[in-house]
Write a protein that binds this ligand. Structure first.
Ligand SMILES: *Cc1c(COP(=O)(O)O)cnc(C)c1O
Length: 237
């Protein structure tokens, strides 16, 4: 396929996704403006990011520190006038916190006090505080990222005390189930944790819902959908 055909497909997918979010919002009795779309661009080239930016997309999510930082640097060199908002959403290793703190605008995948403290220390003074979400796991299992309640509340307290971080909300990747009722029940648990925290902190971001489950996420109160394959098509490996 030529690049032009590729971009036509991307444009079509983008408009379809925006419509899908609209329909899900109306069905849930919600204002579509209250649901932000994060375009998950991991493993996709900068050209596709540029094509989506031209359609009005501003927020992009990356899951691998090195790949993400390289893309951000290149974007800033090639498009110095056009500011994007970059979210780190993948598992973060403590030896990768510095480049993430220096380049990203948000980190959503935080599940330890150690990571919070490192990012706070490493966030450059000339940048605004780093926006963060804590990763919540409604069904804790060994080896899974994210923390359960009450560890979530303890992390929120740590984050709120760190001046170079700005606690914005909760992110979650609940287990996938084929039963829509069950899927919604898991999202409801995430929302309940978010609402609990929101009694103590001024939060505005409930980041849940991916390409396969965005309708259930919108129905249960998501304010940010993280969409990869629905926008870009299958990821190259
Ligand atoms: C890859 C990824 C997504 C996007 O997944 P799709 O199913 O392609 O929409 C969302 N969130 C996180 C944390 C991811 O790593």
């Amino acid at each position: 396929m030529s690049l032009a055909e590729n971009n036509d497909t991307l444009t079509e997918r983008y408009h379809n996704v925006v419509q899908r979010i609209h329909r899900a919002a109306l069905k849930a009795g919600r204002d579509p403006a209250g649901i932000e779309l994060l375009a998950v661009s991991k493993k996709h080239p900068l050209e596709k990011i540029a094509a989506l930016q031209a359609l009005g997309q501003q927020a992009f999510g990356e899951s691998y520190a090195q790949e993400g930082v390289e893309k951000i640097r290149k974007w800033q060199q090639q498009h110095p006038e056009t500011k994007l908002v970059w979210h780190f959403i993948g598992p973060l290793q403590s030896n990768k916190t510095r480049p993430v703190a220096e380049h990203f605008d948000w980190v959503q995948s935080l599940d330890s006090a150690k990571l919070l403290q490192r990012l706070n220390r490493q966030r450059p003074e000339f940048l605004p505080p780093l926006n963060i979400c804590l990763q919540f796991q409604p069904v804790p299992e060994p080896g899974k990222r994210g923390v359960a309640w009450p560890a979530l509340a303890q992390l929120a307290e740590v984050a709120a005390g760190l001046p170079r971080l700005r606690l914005r909300g909760v992110m979650s990747i609940p287990p996938r189930t084929s039963d829509p009722q069950e899927q919604r029940a898991l999202f409801e648990q995430v929302r309940a944790a978010y609402e609990n925290l929101r009694q103590d902190y001024p939060l505005d971001t409930l980041s849940m819902g991916m390409s396969g489950d965005l309708e259930a996420a919108v129905a249960t109160g998501s304010t940010m959908l993280r969409l990869g394959s629905a926008l870009f098509g299958p990821r190259p490996d």
